[in-house]
Design a binder for this molecule. Structure first.
Ligand SMILES: [Zn+2]
Length: 329
């Protein structure tokens, strides 16, 4: 409890409360306003990372006495410090908050930090000298996409069917030989188009900035949910571009199903009851659900429409909820 009444503790509790409230408001608005275009939905979801993080220093600047007892008694709508000593299920609420923070830290390390670092340091597959028919197949699919940045695609060896952007600025497309073997030409074209969309939107540097934002709130499970949802929106936005370029949503859906069948849940999973096995089972389940969601969307594909007055809605959501959260201390 001593920690939670210190300035750092008060800050942490406020960030937790603010991001939970923000997530509820944003998800409700996304539903009510029927924000179905993934590129727009992710901008709304960014608000539950940004408003809690940027709000606090701004509030302190505007009103340095905001944390004082007088502010809490007279102006605050919700004073979190009053709730912390209360009991819930035999434990004080501050103990529950500590449990949530511990779980958040564990999940952040297991679901965001370790997989990203693992991807970063794991060696690229060896450049294969692939069978000429694989090279021809890849080239035929790439040529159909015209000028998209997939012309310099290369094939590497590797146990799993996969495609990713590599190279220093992550703009070179790398595909594994098993992927080229597994997919037919239309499916391969769809995957190349999806990866081209990532290169086109510069999703790699954007992903790093997001991870950095999330790392500042490593203890906050809501930040992890935001990262997860935003990365799913990013995938769906690239699916949309791939459909525009190829005109074939079903080819992409079938490529996703084929590759997910082969590669998900066969890696780190083990039956030993360790945190690593537990996290990797959770990871496999989350990834499977994400694929299912994308496949079902592509199977009933309708071009998503953007909401009218998008910028105004975003600005109003940020401003009004930011103003309301000023009174949650
Ligand atoms: Zn992708």
């Amino acid at each position: 409890m001593v920690f939670f009444s210190s300035p750092a503790g008060q800050y942490v509790v406020q960030v937790l409360a603010h991001s939970m409230l923000m997530a509820l408001v944003v998800e409700a608005l996304v539903k009510i306003w029927e924000v179905t275009r993934p590129g727009t939905r992710l901008q709304f979801r960014l608000l539950y990372l940004l408003v809690p993080l940027m709000g606090w220093p701004l509030y302190q600047l505007l009103w340095p006495d905001r944390g004082s007892a007088e502010f809490r008694q007279t102006l605050a709508l919700i004073d979190m410090q009053q709730f912390l000593p209360l009991h819930l299920g035999g434990l004080p609420i501050w103990a529950w908050v500590s449990v949530v923070m511990g779980l958040g830290t564990l999940l952040f390390a297991g679901r965001a930090l370790i997989p990203t670092l693992h991807n970063l340091i794991s060696a690229d597959g060896e450049e294969a000298s692939p069978a000429p028919e694989l090279v021809n197949k890849l080239n035929r699919s790439a040529q159909k996409l015209g000028n998209l940045p997939v012309s310099n695609a290369r094939i590497v060896t590797g146990p799993w069917p996969g495609a990713y952007l590599s190279g220093l600025n992550r703009s070179r497309l790398t595909v594994s030989a098993p992927l080229v073997e597994l997919l037919d030409e239309e499916e391969l074209e769809a995957v190349l188009a999806h990866e081209s969309a990532h290169a086109f939107h510069r999703d790699n540097p954007r992903g790093w900035s997001l991870l950095l934002l999330g790392s500042v709130m490593f203890y906050n499970p809501v930040a992890l949910v935001a990262l997860q949802r935003i990365s799913q929106d990013v995938e769906m936005a690239c699916d949309d571009d791939a459909v525009v370029w190829t005109g074939r949503p079903l080819a992409l859906a079938s490529a996703l199903l084929k590759t997910a069948d082969v590669s998900i849940g066969t890696g780190l999973e083990s039956t030993a009851p360790t945190p690593v096995a537990w996290l990797s089972r959770l990871d496999a389940r989350v990834r499977r659900n994400m694929v299912v969601e994308r496949v079902s969307r592509l199977s009933h594909y309708g071009t998503p429409q953007d909401v009218p007055l998008k910028r105004l809605r975003l600005a109003l959501t940020a401003l009004l909820s930011g103003a309301l959260l000023f009174f949650v201390v």
